[in-house]
Write a new protein. Structure first.
Lengths: 363, 144
């Protein structure tokens, strides 16, 4: 049996750990609040953009009357042969099952598509996803070709993709989640749109953690391209929180002062909803189909931006919950250890008394 | 739309970016850099929806006072008593990094040279260059 000194040392060490996990919980709670706020602030823009697009759709023909072709490349539906999965995980660990759940869900999605004989590209976001997928799959290889003609007056550039394996990793975004700037997201979405337009990929899915509030989150697989219905999130698969997880998350939120309710719609959002939908005939400065062409890629960007913002909030929430559980575990451990220590000490005292008493009796 | 108009003769102006609502104020007049050139909206303007190019949004009068913002690509909805600007990039002229803008201009020129025979790439390159030019102009405008 361990002696009192050893036990005391262990208790001290667990106490230190508890202090650290407690601090991490509070930090995550603060970061969560900020992330939630950011997601809120980003809403009016997304809402307005969707509205403009929506009203444009009503004014323009999405299909060419003569040929029946779809007017915008992002609306074209092709047979899914090459599928792109954007996996949104986190940069850091200590967030419970957050990263492993995302990776598990993506892997499940990839496997289900492989069975159908489809090729997949994985675009990992967040260090944890990058590490996982880069280890397992090779990077996509591109070749740039140049062709000169008309006595070198004109050059034709082309990017050719050489697929070696059925599952490959594309894109590298090591700094994306650090600050989560719109410009950076746009660069990524432009590259995705470009690949889609080139018909290198036939559909795009995003695997991320949707975040409504601390107790209302779910892991979703959302179809990003082709666009079927504007303003709607097309969820192909989702995984709700279990009651147990909800309870743990609720407890963590309560003890760190994070609200459990979904943030209410602000006056600004209500007004954003009305943007571009007034019952008047607008003067259009540009041709609607031209506006439409410019808007579509931006719409994809806001969808992605939204997914990333929610995922960041969910990551902080997951970390907060995990750290809350760790803190209470440490508390339980300290209690158990203190009990053992007291028992050991008591046993030692009793033993000493017995020795003295039996020594006196022997006299 | 007259029934919902505030009768102050001022426009409610709002500048919204993907990150946040940058400005929420009233003004007497707003100059907007539309794709086809600058236009100015006053109180009672006919409803208009237009695409914004790169340039400066200038506000005059009202609670906004004299304010300028550099914007690059977006939308604007003009209603008789309200102007809502949806801008992808919006910066205060003081926030513009001229050195960075010059780099962007070079990048745009590089894109232009590499565009080959692809028309859309030329458009893209021109857009990048134009944005950088406007950025520099806007940043230097503050000193004069």
């Amino acid at each position: 049996m361990a002696n009192v000194l050893d036990l005391r040392r262990r208790i001290r060490s667990v106490k230190n750990t508890r202090q650290i996990t407690k601090a991490m919980k509070m930090v995550s709670a603060a970061k969560l609040r900020r992330a939630q706020e950011r997601a809120m602030l980003a809403r009016p823009y997304a809402q307005m953009l969707t509205n403009v697009l929506d009203s444009l759709v009503r004014r323009t023909d999405l299909y060419n009357d003569a040929t029946g072709d779809v007017m915008h490349p992002l609306l074209v539906e092709r047979e899914e042969k090459n599928v792109l999965v954007v996996v949104v995980a986190g940069d850091k660990g200590f967030a419970g099952a957050f990263n492993s759940n995302i990776i598990k869900a993506s892997q499940g999605f990839i496997d289900s598509r492989r069975v159908l004989g489809q090729n997949l590209d994985v675009e990992p976001i967040g260090r944890k996803a990058r590490e996982f997928f880069r280890k397992r799959h090779p990077e996509a290889a591109y070749q740039k070709t140049e062709e000169h003609y008309d006595n070198d007056l004109a050059t034709h550039y082309e990017t050719v993709r050489h697929r070696i394996e059925p599952v490959e990793v594309t894109g590298d975004h090591p700094t994306l989640l650090l600050k989560l700037e719109f410009d950076e997201v746009m660069a990524m979405s432009n590259s995705i749109v470009d690949r889609y337009t080139r018909a290198e990929i036939d559909s795009v899915y995003v695997v991320y953690n949707e975040f409504k509030s601390v107790i209302s989150q779910r892991l979703v697989v959302e179809k990003l391209l082709p666009i079927r219905k504007l303003g709607a999130h097309e969820i192909t698969a989702s995984e709700e929180m279990t009651e147990e997880q909800k309870e743990a998350a609720g407890r963590a939120a309560l003890s760190s002062g994070v609200s459990l309710d979904e943030p209410e719609e602000t006056a600004l959002e209500a007004e954003a909803r009305k943007f571009g939908t007034a019952e008047v005939d607008y003067i259009y400065d540009q041709a609607p189909d031209r506006l439409f062409r410019h808007l579509m890629p931006r719409y994809v960007t806001t969808q992605l931006f939204h997914a990333l913002l929610e995922s960041v909030a969910a990551e902080h929430a997951a970390r907060m919950t995990a750290m809350d559980a760790a803190t209470s575990n440490a508390g339980d451990m300290i209690d158990a250890l203190s009990l053992t220590m007291n028992r050991v000490r008591q046993a030692a005292i009793t033993k000493e008394i017995i020795e003295i008493v039996s020594g006196a009796a022997a006299l | 739309m007259a029934e919902s108009a505030n009768n102050s003769g001022l426009l409610a102006v709002r500048l919204v970016t993907p990150d946040r609502v940058l400005l929420d104020a009233t003004a007497e007049a707003v100059e907007l850099p539309s794709m086809s050139g600058y236009l100015e909206a006053l109180y009672g303007h006919a409803p208009l929806l237009t695409e914004l190019g790169a340039g400066e949004v200038r506000l005059h009068g009202g609670t906004a006072g004299e304010q300028k913002f550099f914007v690059a690509w977006g939308f604007v909805e003009v209603l008789p008593e309200r102007v809502t600007i949806l801008a992808e990039t919006a910066l205060h002229p003081n926030e513009i990094d001229v050195a960075q803008a010059k780099l962007e201009m070079q990048a745009g020129e590089k894109l232009w040279h590499e565009a080959g025979d692809d028309g859309s790439k030329y458009d893209e390159a021109n857009a990048v260059t134009r944005q950088a030019e406007e950025k520099i102009a806007s940043a230097e405008g503050k000193s004069s």
